[in-house]
Design a protein around this ligand. Structure first.
Ligand code: AHR
Length: 508
């Protein structure tokens, strides 16, 4: 701990900005994994199900959450997926082995059902292609089925299946995590880079203006990290728009201070991918800039140490919709999660798409019981608030903060913050995390030229029990509360950030 005073400060000025926020920063992810699809968003026999079998209670929560882009159908799942299995009459759809999750896929939910879901929640589809076991031919066949208006075998097949209007999918992922040895069809960077380039070229022959995402690394700690991005982009720089990043964090060995500083890794990961992409751009003498699609991020206890939604472990191999990865999130997890959102916003100049992985049941902000209730996990709240109030232009926030030492990341600021200005109303929302486990962090914010005079709300997610969680029995155990003593006078905002807290301070 340094000798500096125990308070933090920064200045906000509308002339110092990072970038407008792309709404797709608030995307999420639906994978055929565990109960994300089946008994998550889709459960025909559920009391709230609509005519298409979508759970009404989940649709309401997804709308409240405010998700924008929706990535589908995987994840690891997509690298063995045959999209044709999931279209057409349901009784004719095959049951298949899902190698990625050792489950049985019934294919009762597929492309048409997904598009229906996306339309009902008001999102934008982000379709992932199988470049693991499949290639260019199957990618353009799916594109033709999905997007071509009619008059060809594949587009007419879609019409015959009941979808007269094309799906209009603009955003496509060229595979998933092909740098990972666990991925079905894992490839070297050269193999993947060439396949991504060939697939992108063919897709653009049908629709030149698609947005395409090349696979980056599955984590910054991958041995191939950065070399992978450089090689892949040297094959497909001119053909793609984004490169992907994936990152998951969890508390290890009881080291909560390091866990709370996880966004240090997120921010350095983003900055290193930007540097690598720009290096390739410079080598190619290109004016084009590759943006980032952070299309999987979350807290995920990959060692299986988190409590699960039902208290049960994973089911039998090759089961249908088994309980997999059903982490039940604590207050601490939600604070880290909020900090990850702050990291994304702080880099909104290059991160144009981001997907919270995943949406329902599987490491998700929404939990359900088959035939029963749906409820909000602790992480639901920071996401919903960021999506609601994080629209506009990100202001350049450079905090002066007390620091402490963490085992994994060394010296780290106790304050992690960003601010977003709504250009239409002039309202500003500050998102801030206090990483200190035990002490209140006083915060002063000097407001220059923003014309702000009122604190509309100071919402806090914190709890006397940092391990508190929402459960089926107590679904609202953890909800945001109003912060105390937040004031704005003469261009100075003063606030007190509770220990281990996520804060949303709205100014008008
Ligand atoms: O989101 C869970 C899994 O994490 C995804 O299937 C995969 O892409 C990643 O490794």
């Amino acid at each position: 701990m340094s000798d500096a005073p125990h308070s933090a400060r920064f200045t906000l000025d509308p002339d110092f900005t990072i970038s407008p926020v792309d709404p797709r920063l608030f995307g999420s992810f639906v994978e055929h994994l565990g109960r994300c699809v089946y008994t998550g968003i889709h459960e025909p026999g559920h009391p709230t199900a609509d005519a298409e079998g979508l759970r009404g209670d989940v649709l309401d929560l997804v709308r409240e959450l405010g998700v924008t882009a929706l990535r589908y159908p995987g994840g690891n799942f997509v690298s063995g997926y045959r999209w044709e299995d999931g279209v057409g009459p349901k009784e004719e759809r095959p049951r298949r082995l899902d190698l990625a999750w050792r489950s049985t896929e019934t294919n009762q939910f597929g492309l048409s059902e997904f598009i229906d879901f996306v339309r009902k929640v008001g999102g934008e589809p982000m379709m992932a292609l199988n470049l693991g076991t499949r290639g260019v031919a199957e990618a353009i066949e799916l594109q033709e089925y999905a997007n071509h208006p009619g008059g060809t075998e594949l587009s007419e097949r879609r019409v015959a299946h009941g979808d007269k209007d094309p799906f209009g999918i603009r955003l496509w992922c060229l595979g998933n995590e092909l740098d990972g040895p666990w991925q079905t069809g894992h490839k070297t960077a050269d193999e993947y880079g060439r396949l991504a380039a060939e697939t992108a070229r063919a897709m653009r022959q049908i629709e030149p203006d698609l947005e395409l995402v090349a696979c980056g690394s599955s984590a910054q700690k991958m041995e191939t990290f950065a070399a992978w991005e450089a090689t892949v982009l040297s094959h497909c720089y001119d053909l793609v728009d984004h490169v992907s990043l994936h990152a998951y964090y969890y508390e290890q060995n009881g080291d909560r201070d390091s866990f709370l500083a996880s966004a240090v890794d997120t921010e350095s990961f983003i900055e290193n991918v930007v540097a690598t992409a720009d290096h390739i751009g410079a080598r190619l003498k290109s004016d084009k800039r590759i943006n980032l699609s952070f299309d999987e991020w979350n807290v995920w206890y990959q060692d299986g140490s988190a409590p699960t939604l039902s208290g049960e472990g994973r089911g039998e191999d090759w089961a249908e919709a088994p309980r997999l990865l059903e982490d039940n999130y604590s207050v601490t997890d939600a604070v880290v999660f909020g900090s990850l959102l702050i990291a994304l916003l702080r880099h909104a100049d290059r991160v144009k798409v981001a997907c919270l992985a995943q949406l329902v049941n599987v490491i998700a902000p929404i939990a359900t019981e088959p035939g029963g209730a749906a409820w909000r996990q602790t992480t639901f709240h920071p996401f919903a608030q960021a999506s609601r109030y994080g629209r506009g232009t990100v202001l350049d926030v450079r905090p002066a903060s007390p620091r402490h030492t963490t085992e994994r990341y060394g010296e780290v600021d106790l304050l992690h913050a960003t601010a977003v200005r709504d250009e239409e109303t002039g309202a500003v929302t500050i998102f801030a995390v206090n990483r200190d486990l035990t002490r209140v962090l006083p915060l002063d914010v000097t407001l220059h030229g923003l014309g702000l005079s009122e604190v509309v709300e100071h919402s806090v997610l914190a709890d006397a029990d940092p391990d508190a969680r929402n459960t089926a029995a107590d679904p609202d155990r953890v909800t945001p509360h109003e912060g105390a003593g937040t004031a704005l006078a003469d261009g100075l905002l003063t606030a007190r950030l509770e220990p281990l807290s996520w804060n949303v301070i709205r100014l008008a």
